[in-house]
Structures are given as structure tokens and as C-alpha cells.
Design a binder for this molecule. Structure first.
Ligand code: ATP
Ligand code: ATP
Ligand code: MG
Ligand code: MG
Ligand code: MG
Ligand code: MG
Length: 266
């Protein structure tokens, strides 16, 4: 194959493996979504259709890649946790990043009409992607806590900002000025006293983001379950079924990181 006189150029391609025995955290983020949301008239502060579309694309990625055990989404970004032992594409970083990012992007485009039936895409959206390897479970917990804290901080700001604009009649410049130097409790106070909005009662999806968890349940083959009903108890073996649950109310600290039993991939 490579034995032409040109084949040597292949040697310029350097291997880029992700460190073995580390958790790969893959995050993607919409490119220039400030503009994208403007052009497509997203509802502010939160367009729920767009968040559901992000969840749908993320779920499709998880269905395609069984080594992703957990995902967290907010705004125009999604984070995916791959199990520590994954040998996906021999852990080649650029192969994983580009393949997952493009799959997510094409799902976003493919399912767009389901969530925005009256709003055709004006131009093709794109996402950036990266992998960060983390050595310890503590880092993973802190990672998801970090993203969820970000969700909270941004959403509190955006909710207050858009209340001042949409209901308070301020210009965007005035609203930014009103919020400059305010603390969290001040924003809660503005929302409640001026607009009768109890922040804590807003949809958890907005305040906390979306979490997708892969759960595996051992499936008891029929022959075994019959045997079991006759009192011959055996540990279940064989195939497992997978379910994915979406939650908007779980906290990342409740995340279980034990690796699910899975058939070995070739
Ligand atoms: P970059 O390319 O650097 O990521 P960006 O414009 O995408 O630039 P972000 O920090 O990623 O910047 O911000 C995403 C933008 O998209 C924010 O302005 C956010 O409010 C908006 N956005 C994302 N999702 C939604 C949504 N569901 N509803 C309303 N606005 C959204
Ligand atoms: P990988 O994910 O490793 O890239 P691959 O199956 O995509 O695996 P490639 O080496 O990229 O493998 O080969 C691309 C395959 O797609 C080849 O079999 C090639 O013949 C086929 N292919 C690509 N474009 C066309 C086309 N326009 N018409 C017919 N076949 C095509
Ligand atoms: Mg960014
Ligand atoms: Mg972005
Ligand atoms: Mg973003
Ligand atoms: Mg190919």
C-alpha cells in the first residue's frame, strides 16, 4: 500500500494517543452561537426547543458510542464522559474528537426540523470539540460540579438580564449596567421584588442543565428465569440491556462512576 515513492509523507502523521487509564472528558460547544441564536430568533433567556435538540443530538451520540457513560448539557455545550478503560479508536485523540463532534453536529442539523418546524436553518451550525484527560474520580466530580455551577451562574444572570429588558423596559446596555457588581442574592431580589419571579421555581433544566446517564440492567435469559422460579438461583450472566435516562434534577455529586459490565469490543 505505502510502497510508492510518495508513501513517506504518511510518516509526518504523528500518533496522538490519550494517556492510558485516564477518564476522557469530551466537551463540545456551539461555534459563535451568540450569532446563531440571534439569526434563528431563539427565545431569551432559554429556548427550550434548542435545549431539547441538544439533548436529542447528545442521546444519539451516546447510542452510537457505548463507552460514553454520562453526559451533561447546558446552553450550546455538551460534555461526555468516556469510561476509563475505553479503547475507542485506540484512544486516538483527533479521531475521537472529530468523529464525535461531527456526529453531534450532523444530528443537530438532522433533527433541527423536529424542534423548529417553522424555522428553516439559515446557515450550517458548527461545534468545536476537545478532550481533557482526568486521572481521578475526584476530578470528574469536580468537572461536572464546575459545569453545573457555570449553568447556574449564567442562567441567574441571563434570567435577570432578560427580565429587566423584556419586562422592565430597559435597553440591553442599561440592563448590563444594572447588573454590574451585583451578587447572586441581589439578582434573586431583583427578580422577586420587581418581577415576582421566584428563581428557584424555574424549570430545573434551565437552572441545572441536562444529565444523560447510561444505566445497564442485567437481563435474565428466559431459561434462567424459569430455572430461578424453580428455586435454582444463579447469578445472571449473558447479555445486558441498556437504558438511558435523562434527568434535569440530579446533582453531579450523585454520579456513579463504577464501570458497567460490558462485552469487550474488538
Ligand atoms: P464561542 O464560539 O466562543 O463558543 P459563542 O457565541 O457560542 O462563542 P458561548 O459562550 O458558547 O459563546 O455562548 C453561547 C450563546 O448562545 C450564549 O449567548 C447563549 O445565551 C446562547 N444560547 C445557547 N443556547 C441557547 C438557548 N437554548 N436559548 C437561548 N440562547 C441560547
Ligand atoms: P475509517 O473510519 O477508518 O476512515 P472507512 O471505512 O471510512 O474507515 P476509508 O479508508 O476512509 O475507510 O475508505 C473510505 C471508503 O469509502 C472506501 O471503501 C471508498 O472506496 C469508499 N468511498 C468513499 N467515497 C466514495 C465514492 N464517492 N464512491 C464510492 N465509494 C466511496
Ligand atoms: Mg467557547
Ligand atoms: Mg459557543
Ligand atoms: Mg457555550
Ligand atoms: Mg473514512
Amino acid at each position: 500500500m505505502a510502497n510508492s515513492k510518495y508513501g513517506y509523507v504518511k510518516n509526518f502523521e504523528l500518533p496522538d494517543p490519550v494517556l492510558p487509564d485516564t477518564f476522557m472528558l469530551f466537551r463540545l460547544d456551539g461555534h459563535s452561537f451568540h450569532r446563531f441564536t440571534d439569526v434563528h430568533g431563539f427565545e431569551k433567556p432559554n429556548d427550550v426547543r434548542a435545549l431539547e435538540l441538544m439533548d436529542h443530538a447528545a442521546r444519539s451520540v451516546m447510542e452510537e458510542y457505548p463507552d460514553i457513560v454520562l453526559a451533561f448539557g447546558e446552553s450550546d455545550e455538551y460534555s461526555f464522559l468516556l469510561k476509563r478503560s475505553t479503547s475507542l479508536y485506540n484512544r486516538r485523540e483527533s479521531k475521537i474528537v472529530t468523529t464525535l463532534t461531527s456526529l453531534f453536529t450532523s444530528c443537530y442539523v438532522l433533527y433541527w426540523p423536529k424542534y423548529f418546524p417553522d424555522k428553516p436553518l439559515q446557515y450550517p451550525p458548527s461545534f468545536d470539540g476537545r478532550i481533557v484527560p482526568y486521572p481521578a474520580e475526584r476530578h470528574i466530580r469536580d468537572y461536572f460540579a464546575w459545569r453545573q455551577a457555570d449553568t447556574h451562574i449564567n442562567n441567574l444572570y441571563n434570567t435577570t438580564f432578560w427580565a429587566l429588558v423584556q419586562q422592565g423596559g430597559q435597553t440591553t446596555t442599561e440592563a448590563h449596567a444594572t447588573l454590574r457588581g451585583t451578587f447572586s442574592k441581589d439578582k434573586h431580589e431583583i427578580l422577586y421584588s420587581r418581577f415576582k419571579i421566584n428563581y428557584n421555581q424555574l424549570d430545573a433544566r434551565y437552572r441545572k442543565g441536562s444529565i444523560l446517564v447510561r444505566e445497564e440492567e442485567p437481563e435474565v435469559p428466559e431459561a434462567q428465569s424459569e430455572a430461578r422460579s424453580e428455586g435454582q438461583v444463579r447469578a445472571p450472566e449473558g447479555p445486558t440491556t441498556e437504558t438511558m435516562t435523562v434527568s434535569t434534577d440530579a446533582t453531579p455529586s450523585s454520579v456513579v462512576l463504577t464501570e458497567p459490565a460490558q462485552p469487550k469490543e474488538k
